[in-house]
Ligand binder design. Structure first.
Ligand code: KIV
Ligand code: NA
Length: 261
């Protein structure tokens, strides 16, 4: 059964929340089958699926396309849609774009930074919002850890508090020192979801391609549960070899599809 923003807030302090990104229908289907209660269709899609160097190249149309695919694969899972770079630049523009993501299949939207006017405006118009602080890939110059100095740590803490006060029901903490993530988690009443933020958050999120090992780079704080790129390489090599050596197809195995096709 699909969890609501209220359900996630109620879960804080009881049981950690697993979140994964997904961008395609079959992956979303498996994530839902695994019982993961919340899927993020992140603008990381631009980097891990589309080959861009930055999430700044992602458009609202890209997000609609991927949110639609994920929704068709995961009909009863809460889906967060990321608002791409600059699509949240002012409250009216953000609302228009957030509605597009909701119409495409999202249950809530996520935006980077303590843009409290925008968050308030979306919440007032019944669009649940997930915040995001710490490392903010849309505007960061590099992917270094954020919040290392006392002053910067205070800034991140203040942003997290402002995001909660503006009405967000959850906040992503990206690539900050573990003690800072712990302090923020204790200071807030909404759940914190960490990525590269240590074990003391209320939940954890991974980019599914990183977890699958589907790509040629993953951040040090991610974990590879598989090496899917190796499988693709092996399948492509085997197929290629079998076609060239006329091993596939052969006239012994025919119509062995398991789903009637
Ligand atoms: O776009 C994304 O996948 C994200 C996560 C890294 C939190 O924002
Ligand atoms: Na993102």
């Amino acid at each position: 059964m699909k969890m609501s923003p209220k359900d996630f807030v109620a879960r804080k302090g009881t049981k950690p929340i697993p979140m994964l990104t997904a961008y395609t229908c079959p992956v979303a289907r498996s994530v839902e089958q695994a019982g993961v209660p919340i899927i993020l269709v992140g603008d990381t899609v631009g980097m891990v699926e589309m080959g861009f160097d930055s999430t700044r190249d992602v458009t609202i149309e890209h997000m609609e396309y991927h949110i639609g695919a994920v929704r068709r694969g995961a009909k009863s899972t809460h889906i967060i849609g990321d608002l791409p770079y600059r699509t949240d630049r002012d409250p009216e523009t953000a609302l228009e774009n957030a509605r597009r993501l909701v119409n495409a299949g999202a249950d809530s939207v996520k935006l980077e930074g303590a843009n409290t006017q925008v968050i308030r405006h979306l919440v007032e118009h019944n669009i649940p919002v997930v915040g995001h602080t710490g490392l903010l890939p849309q505007t960061a110059e590099n992917f270094k850890q954020v919040g290392r100095t006392e002053e910067d740590a205070q800034r991140v803490m203040d942003e997290a508090r402002a995001i909660e006060a503006a009405g967000a029901f959850m906040v992503v903490l990206e690539h900050i020192p573990y003690p800072l993530a712990r302090a923020i988690t204790h200071a807030l009443t909404i759940p914190t979801i960490g990525i590269g933020a240590g074990p003391d958050c209320d939940g954890q999120v991974l980019v599914i391609n990183d977890a699958l090992g589907l790509g040629d780079y993953w951040p040090p704080f991610s974990k590879q549960y598989a090496y899917a790129s190796r499988t693709v390489l092996q399948v492509a090599s085997e197929f290629s070899e079998e076609v060239e050596s006329m091993k596939f197809p052969n006239n012994i195995i025919q119509f062995t599809g398991t789903n009637g096709r």
